[in-house]
Design a protein around this ligand. Structure first.
Ligand SMILES: [Zn+2]
Length: 222
């Protein structure tokens, strides 16, 4: 983001720290605020009528939550929930829309992220259909690790199963296999990434296919 655009945003942004499990928005909520994530991880989770939930995408310091509300008044279709505590800057969506009409470069930054997100969603549609739970689990851990400041990720099996749309037993099996290979250590709600190379070799191609896009945005955002 350019210095000029930062100067536009700073006066109307307020710091917003969030804890693990904080729910920013529920499905059908009108998006009042856009949150630019500085630290931590937020999951966009799709909720099914039978109570099951699956992560649609995750957002870290490369992005923001609140989706298209920076362009048009919008409701959210997902639950935004913090899967790792962190910090963000909150800007009223209404003010954001005013700024976006004034700054072409700001529109480009925001639209670039939206486009990357769309690319990722396209990839994950195929991923969910054809790749095994274990490979998707490894991909998910890498993506979380990229966004975390720590090698230790706090998360229960139930949470991981929800994120992946898998059974707890499937996640448990995948975690055991990755542990045997030396990629991670897993104990009660804590995943420690020990060897990224092994983890990358265990993940499906989708990690590499979208990583470049996320890296590019992380650099733009720095
Ligand atoms: Zn995949």
């Amino acid at each position: 983001m350019s210095v000029e655009d930062r100067d536009l945003l700073t006066p109307i942004a307020t710091d917003f720290d969030f804890h693990l499990g904080h729910v920013f928005m529920e499905p059908a909520d009108f998006v009042e605020n856009i949150y630019f994530i500085d630290e931590g991880i937020v999951s966009a989770v799709a909720l099914m009528a039978d109570g099951r939930s699956v992560e649609a995408y995750m957002v870290g310091r490369e992005g923001f939550i609140g989706s298209t509300a920076w362009q048009i008044p919008a409701k959210t279709a997902v639950r935004y929930v913090a899967q790792m505590a962190g910090k963000s800057r909150k800007v009223e969506a209404r003010r954001m829309r005013e700024l976006a009409t004034r700054s072409q470069s700001l529109r480009v930054v925001m639209a670039t992220y939206d486009a990357a997100l769309q690319r990722e969603l396209e990839q994950s549609t195929a991923c969910n259909a054809v790749h095994t739970s274990e490979r998707r689990f490894a991909k998910w851990l890498l993506r979380a690790h990229d966004r975390a400041n720590d090698a230790v990720l706090q998360m229960t099996q139930e949470f991981l199963a929800n994120m992946l749309g898998s059974q707890r037993t499937t996640v448990n099996e995948a975690a055991q296999n990755l542990t045997r290979r030396g990629a991670i250590a897993y104990s009660r709600g804590r995943v420690t990434v020990l060897n990224r190379q092994i983890l990358e070799a265990s993940a499906c191609e989708c990690y590499g296919a979208t990583k470049g896009i996320a890296d590019g945005i992380m650099r733009v955002g720095e």
